[in-house]
Design a protein around this ligand. Structure first.
Ligand code: SAM
Length: 291
């Protein structure tokens, strides 16, 4: 299809991706749709105003954020039904990915309004594409809870997941989250920190989560900016058939038995090798595990 065929149509809702840092990542089609539409629905009109100003786009904007979305969505759908073309954007990346827009898109589709994607950047896919972790199957978990108890519970629930896990995280929670991952996934689980993607201080660093935590702790620059955490899924090549399950069973047995017996029994139960379990037991003892 040629570019001319992508002119903006009446009565259509366009879901438009914007850059996650580097303005050069805006697509030509995004610019056409933003300039040619009747209204731009933005998460934060002031924030998006800077982007639009940069590209000399003066289409009127209205705000749609998590606090007004349910109330605003029907009004926007009414405008679409009258024939206006609407472009939905968020502060960065692809709308609806940990961003507002779901209620609007669902409502528009319910009343048979045409909804058209204008794809582009998203931090989760940019991070996955450079992580070196298996990318054939993956799970996007969005943001973990800011509350420690709920965060740990969620990590426990997905601890044995074989697919690559992708999280968004806020900089002030990075150390706590990595510490929880050490606790629940084990120190050796491979984690990749993808920070400030497409920006000046872009950093992509992968290591066992224990080492990664130490590295981030010792370099406060790594605790700043925007970040994605990716966690390798559980595979059988680690010497333990199922790291998280083996760790859980070993912990239980260690409450009653000495390490050598506990690791031998855990190996039998889980079908894992004894040695890595024994070493894990040593590490758990070294951590002064308190649960
Ligand atoms: N809709 C966006 C997308 O498609 O990626 C995500 C919006 S979400 C509210 C913002 C989070 O995305 C940040 O806290 C961070 O976890 C991640 N993120 C956004 N831009 C990023 C970047 N340049 N580098 C790393 N992570 C980024």
């Amino acid at each position: 299809m040629s570019m001319n065929e992508s002119t903006v149509q009446a009565g259509t809702l366009y879901v438009v991706a914007t850059p996650i840092g580097n303005l050069g990542d805006i697509t030509q089609r995004a610019l056409q749709v933003l300039a040619g539409g009747d209204v731009i629905v933005a998460e934060d009109t002031r924030h998006s105003g800077r982007l639009l100003h940069q590209f000399q786009i003066d289409t009127p904007t209205i705000a749609l954020h998590e606090h007004n979305e349910r109330h605003r969505a029907p009004q926007i759908v009414e405008r679409l039904q009258k024939g206006e073309s609407v472009a939905l954007i968020s502060d960065a990346g692809t709308p609806l990915v940990s961003d507002p827009g779901f209620h609007l898109v669902r409502l528009a589709r319910e009343v048979d309004i045409k909804v058209v994607p204008v794809p582009g950047a998203s931090a989760m896919l940019a991070a996955l594409s450079v992580s070196g972790l298996p990318s054939d199957r993956f799970i996007f978990e969005g943001f973990l809870s800011s509350k420690s108890g709920a965060r740990k519970k969620r990590l426990e629930a997905i601890a044995t997941e074989p697919r690559t896990l992708i999280f968004y995280e806020a900089p002030h929670r990075l150390l706590d989250t990595l510490a929880d991952m050490v606790d629940i996934f084990g120190v050796d689980r491979r984690v990749v920190l993808a920070r400030e993607l497409t920006k000046t201080f872009e950093t992509i660093k992968g290591d066992g989560v224990g080492n990664l935590l130490e590295w981030v702790r010792s370099d406060t620059d790594q605790q700043k900016g925007e970040m994605v955490l990716l966690v390798k899924g559980v595979t059988s090549d680690s010497g333990m058939a199922n790291d998280a399950e083996a760790q859980r069973i070993l912990k239980l047995l260690l409450e009653e038995l000495p390490l050598s017996q506990a690791s031998a029994l855990a190996a039998k139960i889980t079908g894992s090798r004894k040695k890595p379990l024994y070493q894990l037991g040593l590490r758990l003892a070294g951590q002064g595990d308190d649960d």
